[in-house]
Design a protein around this ligand. Structure first.
Ligand code: FAD
Length: 286
């Protein structure tokens, strides 16, 4: 099923997983997928390494496994370090496995890997995928602006190019303060971006997640979030429960504000995804 058709029917609720670094953990991710599948998400997306690290062919295997469970998979596809031929190969492989939804990305620039030069921006990849067949295409967006962009307005100007190139819907970078999302959504609407925008929510349930998230994506940490993290950082169970509660609060507020969808960065943690899904199940379709 194409994701844009799901958006046409309902508020979308989806999960994101990533392939394990080592193939020895494949059984673990497959067990996690079984548990996530029981929660009946509208789709599960699978990250894909921009090159250098990770196991990209495993992303295709995981997407295929999701499909075999009767759930719609979305394959992330970064382009900056891949040639046109490599992208072609992945798209052909995806199509042959029945994967029809792609999250088209540029990928982070790795100073140790020179870009492959065929694609500079995600919008270049979107134009290319459009020319290659009948894929549903998602794009990434940034409620606080992408780290490389001069400011949010400039980033949204560039996002408009991405949407005009053929992105059917967007998924946001994680954020901890919903006001950034609402401000971004208003600005996007003003420049004529009218595709569905799913809010990316990351439940922070482990201490190590906090710093990593901020340094890699630049999300602002609101005072109430910092207070919670500081209070419980030395108590893993309390931190986990507080992180889940914080994410649920964010989601309830977003749903009350008519968000198009919620994309949960599960970090391959089925327990956390279950707690959140159960808490919002009764209100997601109201
Ligand atoms: P782009 O849309 O190309 O934007 C990159 C920068 O270029 C921005 O600053 C933008 O303002 C600017 N720009 C864009 N178009 C133009 C233009 N035409 N002219 C001038 N400037 C322009 N990375 C992975 O490697 N694998 C993954 O699986 C993955 N999954 C992700 C999932 C989500 C939901 C999100 C939000 C991010 C994900 N990323 C992933 C990270 C992503 O690759 C990085 O954030 C990357 O730095 C930017 O990717 P993009 O597709 O948004 O790039």
């Amino acid at each position: 099923m194409k994701i844009k058709d799901i958006f046409a029917q309902k508020t979308v609720f989806s999960f994101e997983v990533f392939p394990p670094k080592s193939t020895s953990s494949v059984d673990v991710i497959y067990r996690t997928l079984d548990e996530l599948g029981d929660l009946n998400p509208d789709f599960i997306s699978v990250t894909y390494s921009a090159g250098g690290s990770g196991n990209s062919s495993l992303s295709l295997d995981i997407a295929e496994k999701i499909k075999s469970m009767g759930i719609t998979p979305v394959l992330h596809l970064p382009c900056i370090n891949y040639t046109r031929e490599q992208i072609d190969k992945t798209l052909t492989e995806a199509k042959s496995r029945g994967i029809e939804n792609i999250l088209a990305l540029r990928g982070d620039i790795n100073p140790d890997i020179p870009p492959a030069k065929d694609f500079r921006y995600a919008s270049d990849l979107i134009t290319y995928i459009k020319s290659k067949g009948d894929f549903d295409i998602a794009g990434a967006c940034y409620p606080e602006g992408h780290l490389e962009a001069k400011n949010l307005d400039k980033d949204i100007e560039n996002l408009k190019i991405k949407v005009d190139s053929g992105a059917d819907h967007l998924i946001t970078q994680l954020f901890f303060d919903n006001e950034y999302f609402y401000n971004f959504r208003d600005k996007a609407a003003k420049v004529g971006i009218n595709v569905p925008i799913e809010a990316g929510i990351m439940p922070v349930v482990k201490k190590q997640q906090i710093e990593r998230m901020v340094t890699t994506c630049g999300a602002s940490l609101p005072h109430k979030f910092v207070k919670i993290m500081q209070k419980y950082e030395h108590n893993p169970d309390a931190l986990r429960d507080a992180g889940i509660a914080y994410a649920i609060n964010q989601i309830v507020d977003l749903l009350a504000s008519n968000v198009d969808g919620i994309h949960l960065y599960t970090m391959n943690n089925a327990y956390v995804a279950r707690k959140i899904s159960e808490a919002v199940a009764g209100i997601i379709s109201v």
